[in-house]
Design a binder for this molecule. Structure first.
Ligand code: NAD
Ligand code: UDP
Length: 340
């Protein structure tokens, strides 16, 4: 298991996983169309790891381009990050989302089968649990989707399960990420959203660095301890480590498993803001705003299956998460772009 293909390898989670893989001695191939990322991220990963990445520009919907990769390199397994992830945009452009996420995954699997590469780690999401009835959420909880992005993840989970059912020699891990935050402690790579961030942590960081006036806290009347929404924030470096464990697991397992990657602890929006302010000694002005449509009150993982099957559990603390997010933002106020 030496050559690992990362679709979407230049993105936020892909770049951190590429770093972990290089440091662990793997050969990393990134295949990315840079629709939501910059090749600079991978240059920085190479520098941090002191190694080279095979950086390829291409779209996973392009069967010929993907086939050329498998023809040229002895790919042992694929970690499939490539996908569009903006919930609001998915509602406005459903066909684009289904084409890119679902269509792209089908093309990828077809090519993998052609080259007899049948080990796949897929970036799924806690969004597949919809509005879960109980927390913590384990992998057997009912699944549903409330927007085309979530629906695309759910469809892919079903497609991959059907594939394994028909062809049992595949080994597939569906990693259901909770809320990834943070950055490599170097501050050299991190999350670089386009335009106004949808997610909480990049929004807090951009307020702290002075790019935005204040944070809107979407609702303080949820049935949670302080009324603001609760999520399971997980440090991206822990998440990256989970991918290495999933690859090791696939070395001697076939079939399909869905596995939560979360910490098991939920924090509220106010707890996140307060931790950011306390640890980083910066100001984050905020106001209470109406609830965001579609948001749920509380979502956090039962992470036991990851520990049992993969021997993985999150190690980073809340202080690590807010410190590393800030470190990246402060050093790169405009992300990877020179003049954003
Ligand atoms: P990201 O946007 O930073 O990375 C995705 C990468 O895929 C980008 O580099 C993008 O350019 C690339 N890409 C998109 N469509 C492509 C295509 N057709 N062909 C080739 N490359 C393509 O996002 P991320 O946060 O690193 O997320 C990675 C994966 O994890 C995504 O599938 C996302 O849905 C999933 N996920 C993310 C989160 C999160 O909050 N960040 C949570 C749960 C699941
Ligand atoms: N949130 C907020 N203001 C923002 C962005 C997010 O109050 O500008 C809240 C949101 O309502 C939710 C939590 O922060 O309770 C996490 O939101 P995010 O979009 O990061 O993740 P998701 O809702 O997809 O889990």
């Amino acid at each position: 298991m030496n050559y690992i293909l990362l679709t979407g390898g230049a993105g936020y989670i892909g770049s951190h996983t590429a770093l972990a893989l290089l440091r662990a001695g793997y050969q990393v191939i990134s295949f990315d169309n840079y629709s939501n990322s910059s090749a600079t991220a991978l240059k920085r990963v190479e520098k941090l790891a002191g190694g080279n990445i095979i950086c390829l520009s291409g779209d996973i919907r392009d069967e010929a381009a993907l086939s050329a990769v498998f023809r040229q390199y002895p790919v042992a397994a694929v970690i499939h990050f490539a996908g569009l992830k903006a919930v609001g945009e998915s509602t406005e452009q459903p066909l684009h989302y289904y084409d890119n996420n679902v269509g792209g995954t089908i093309t990828l699997c077809r090519v993998m089968r052609e080259f007899n590469v049948k080990k796949l780690v897929f970036s799924s999401s806690a969004t597949v649990y919809g509005d879960a009835k109980t927390v913590p959420i384990d992998e057997t909880a009912p699944r549903s989707a409330t927007n085309p992005y979530g629906q695309s993840k759910l469809m892919i989970e079903h497609i991959l399960a059907d594939l394994v059912n028909a062809e049992p020699d595949w080994g597939i891990t569906l990693l259901r990420y909770f809320n990834p935050v943070g950055a490599d402690s170097s501050g050299q790579i991190g999350e670089d959203p386009n335009g106004i961030p949808n997610n909480l942590m990049p929004f807090i960081s951009q307020v702290a660095v002075g790019k935005r006036d204040k944070l809107n806290i979407f609702g303080n009347d949820y049935p949670t301890a302080d009324g603001t929404g609760v999520r399971d924030y997980i440090h991206v470096v822990d998440l990256a480590a989970g991918h290495l464990k999933a690859l090791q697991y696939l070395e001697n397992h076939q079939g399909i498993e869905a596995i939560n990657l979360g910490t098991g602890t939920g924090y509220s929006v106010l707890e996140m803001v307060n931790a950011f302010v306390r640890v980083n000694q910066v100001e984050v002005p905020y106001q209470i705003a109406p609830r965001r449509p579609g948001d749920i009150a509380s979502c956090f993982a039962r992470p036991d299956k990851a520990l049992k099957l993969l021997g993985w559990q999150a190690e980073k603390t809340l202080a690590d998460m807010v410190r590393d997010s800030w470190h990246w933002q402060r050093q790169n106020p405009n992300g990877y772009a020179e003049n954003k």
